[in-house]
Each structure stands twice: as structure tokens, then as C-alpha cells.
Design a protein around this ligand. Structure first.
Ligand SMILES: C[S@@+](CC[C@H](N)C(=O)[O-])C[C@H]1O[C@@H](n2cnc3c(N)ncnc32)[C@H](O)[C@@H]1O
Length: 389
């Protein structure tokens, strides 16, 4: 046997032999020290872990292909035929065949487009989701490019300082994306399903009452209500000037005389005697939801109603793991919702999944409301609707 020697040939004393193993590992493969994880890894599991991360990268880049598909009208053109060759799709959209072919391979590999030989098409369902912009389930417009570089710089700072920033600071693109994430669906069902659950409220809306939609975003829901109930007066407010700019454009197109949009915040509602107040996916974004709830209570007339829509969440991460897009929700929260809810020092920071029934009940009871009636409508997989009185 002789005296143990290091890989460099120097003798190693007996009490140093414990280091031999690590020195060998250090030099064995890469000429560097292996970490504890590397020494004990299963090579197959290592490959799977790497694949899981690349799958995330695949999603990031595939989403840019969807952005291009939406911007160039590629999905809308595909939706007009049973199937198309790349040359036919390129001709229909004024694009170049070679580019369209590679794009088709990308979205086909991503499971969004079907392929038969060298012809490509959309399933019936994908036609509605990606190819028909007016359909309630259309999702093609939610892809409108990566975040602005300055947003990521600011977010990095927020992780360090704890202070976030609101929807307005994300710019016009995010206001449009937020609109695209659910407005079509809610707009299609708000009156026929949600409000229809309260016939007495429908009756009052038909007769003419004062309604305020707080945190109206790009305004689709206020528009849907104002169109359906011409005798009622609607005011819709949101702090995001980008969202209000979209809303104002939509209102001009609709030419409604019973709806006003303006920038403003919930916390200092400048209205008195509203009969009906609505907030769709807003409460969890607020730094001070208690103040907002109290402001709502004082703005409502006696017997007035507050309609709150918020995410179908339960308290705590583990209770929510059945949500199929849970990671999307938590990522949205860091980017937008919790970010907004921590945009002021001392903010509550509820975030996307933070306004569950328990939290809402606590808030409204504290503010002096008496009842919370929860509804779960089939058309909306993301939100519960609560009538608060
Ligand atoms: C998730 S979006 C919902 C928009 C719209 N209600 C909808 O359902 O499409 C949340 C909205 O809350 C607004 N918001 C944030 N803080 C607010 C505040 N303090 N008062 C009123 N609205 C606020 C944001 O600007 C954003 O438009």
C-alpha cells in the first residue's frame, strides 16, 4: 500500500486522509470542487430537473410566439379554414412563408395547433380561444410581450425595500393585458348570470339608480352595465390613467350618456349616496382594504348593495394547490397584485390569493355590513362573486 499520496503526488498524513475523498472529487471530473448536491445526485433526476427549468423557458418563448400570432393575425387567419399550408397562411396574412413555417412548427410543438402532413389548423375549441377575438373565452390578447426592462429593475428593488408599485406604473401594455385576461368573459355574463342572481337589484337598476364601479380597469364591466340599464347613472374610477384611457375610448365608441370614467382611488371614494357599488378583482390589490371597505360602507345608501368579485382562493398555500394555474396566480401576484397591495408603507399586501371568503367576511363585518352572499358561477373559473349588504 505505502503512504497515501494526493493526486499531485505529495504524501498525505493519516489524520488528513479524510480530505482525500473531497480532493479526488475536486479534481476528478471538472477540475473544480463538487458540491454536496453534485456528489449525491442521481444523473437521471438531474436531467429531469434541468428539463423542468427548460420547460419554463419554453413557456416564456412560446408566449412570444403567441404575441406574434396575435399581432400578425395568424391565429385569426387559421381560424377561417379547416387547415392551411404555410404558404396559404403567409398569403392570407401578408407574411413570409419561411417565417410562418417555423412559427407553425413552434406553436404545433407547443400543443396549440394541429398538424396533418404539412397542413395546419385549430381545433374547434382553440379556434374560440385563439382565433375569435369577440368570444368570451378568447385569450389571444393576453400575450403582449415581455415586461419592460425598467419594470424588472423596479421589481428587484421592491424585493429589497419591501415597497412595490401600482398597476399604472406598469404602463399601457399591462393595462391592455389586464383587460384581455377576463373582460370578455365577465362582460358576456355579468348581467345575464351575476346580476340576474338578484332579481330585486335588476329591478332597481331598470328603474334607475346610482352605481359606482371602483377599480374599473379598462371599463368593460361598467360599460356592460351602463348599456344594459340606460336609466341608471354609472361612475367608474381607477387610479391607472392607462386603463382609464382605454375605458374612455370604449365609452366614446359605445356613445353612452349614463357613464363617466375618471381616475381616482378607492380609499377616498368621492361619492355619497351610491345605491350599488361594484369591485371586480380589486380588493386584493389595495394597500389598505380596511379603509376601502369602510369608504364603501359610508358611500352606500341604507339598503345599498356592494358586489365584490375576487379570486376563488382559500387561506394558505396548501389549500389552493388544486388551482390548475396556481403558479400563474402567485407570479401575477408578485408582478402586479401583491406588488400593488404593498405600494405604500404599511400596505396589507394581500395579493392575488389573499381575498378569500374569510378575509372578506372579516373586512365587511368590521365596517358594519351585515351579510355576505357567495356565488360560484360556472362561466367563471377564477372568481367567486359576493353580494354584501
Ligand atoms: C385586477 S385589476 C381589475 C380591473 C377590472 N375591475 C376588471 O375586472 O377587469 C385591479 C384594478 O384595481 C385598480 N386599483 C389599484 N389600487 C386601487 C385603489 N386604491 N383604488 C381603486 N382601484 C385601484 C388597478 O388600477 C386595477 O385596474
Amino acid at each position: 500500500m505505502g503512504v497515501p499520496r494526493s493526486t499531485l503526488g505529495y504524501p498525505i498524513a493519516g489524520d488528513l486522509s479524510v480530505h482525500l475523498h473531497s480532493i479526488c472529487l475536486f479534481t476528478a471530473r471538472y477540475g473544480r470542487r463538487m458540491s454536496a448536491a453534485e456528489r449525491t445526485t442521481d444523473p437521471m433526476k438531474l436531467k429531469l430537473a434541468q428539463l423542468a427549468v427548460y420547460k419554463v423557458k419554453e413557456g416564456e418563448l412560446l408566449s412570444l410566439m403567441l404575441t406574434m400570432g396575435h399581432r400578425l393575425g395568424l391565429f385569426e387567419a387559421l381560424a377561417t379554414a379547416d387547415d392551411m399550408s404555410p404558404a396559404e397562411l403567409a398569403k392570407a396574412t401578408g407574411t413570409q412563408e419561411r417565417w410562418v413555417t417555423e412559427w407553425l412548427y413552434s406553436v404545433t410543438a407547443g400543443g396549440l395547433v394541429k398538424k396533418d402532413g404539412e397542413r395546419f389548423g385549430l381545433t374547434n375549441e382553440m379556434r374560440l380561444v385563439l382565433g375569435e377575438p369577440e368570444h368570451p373565452n378568447f385569450a389571444g390578447a393576453i400575450f403582449n410581450g415581455p415586461p419592460l426592462p425598467e419594470t424588472l429593475d423596479r421589481l428587484e428593488d421592491s424585493f429589497r425595500t419591501g415597497i412595490g408599485f401600482g398597476w399604472n406604473d406598469h404602463g399601457a401594455g399591462v393595462a391592455a393585458m389586464q383587460r384581455a385576461m377576463g373582460a370578455n368573459n365577465k362582460r358576456a355574463h355579468l348581467v345575464s348570470d351575476v346580476l340576474a342572481a338578484k332579481p330585486d337589484l335588476i329591478e332597481r337598476l331598470e328603474q334607475g339608480i346610482r352605481v359606482v364601479d371602483v377599480g374599473c380597469g379598462a371599463g368593460d364591466l361598467a360599460l356592460a352595465m351602463a348599456e344594459a340599464f340606460p336609466k341608471s347613472e354609472f361612475v367608474a374610477i381607477d387610479p391607472s390613467e392607462h386603463a382609464i384611457a382605454i375605458a374612455t375610448g370604449l365609452a366614446q365608441e359605445a356613445n353612452l350618456s349614463n357613464l363617466t370614467f375618471r381616475t381616482g382611488v378607492f380609499d377616498d371614494l368621492e361619492v355619497d349616496s351610491a345605491d350599488f357599488i361594484t369591485t371586480f378583482d380589486v380588493l386584493h390589490d389595495l394597500p389598505f382594504p380596511e379603509a376601502a371597505t369602510a369608504a364603501t360602507r359610508s358611500a352606500l345608501v341604507d339598503g345599498g348593495t356592494w358586489l365584490v368579485a375576487d379570486i376563488k382562493a382559500e387561506p394558505g398555500f396548501d389549500a389552493n394547490t388544486k388551482i390548475p394555474v396556481l403558479s400563474l396566480f402567485y407570479s401575477m401576484s408578485v408582478m402586479y397584485c401583491m406588488n400593488s397591495a404593498l405600494s405604500e408603507p404599511g400596505g396589507a399586501g394581500l395579493g392575488t390569493l389573499g381575498l378569500h371568503r374569510e378575509k372578506l367576511t372579516e373586512l365587511v363585518t368590521e365596517a358594519g355590513f351585515e351579510t355576505v352572499e357567495q356565488h360560484d358561477f360556472d362561466f367563471d373559473v377564477n372568481n367567486y362573486y359576493y353580494f354584501v349588504n
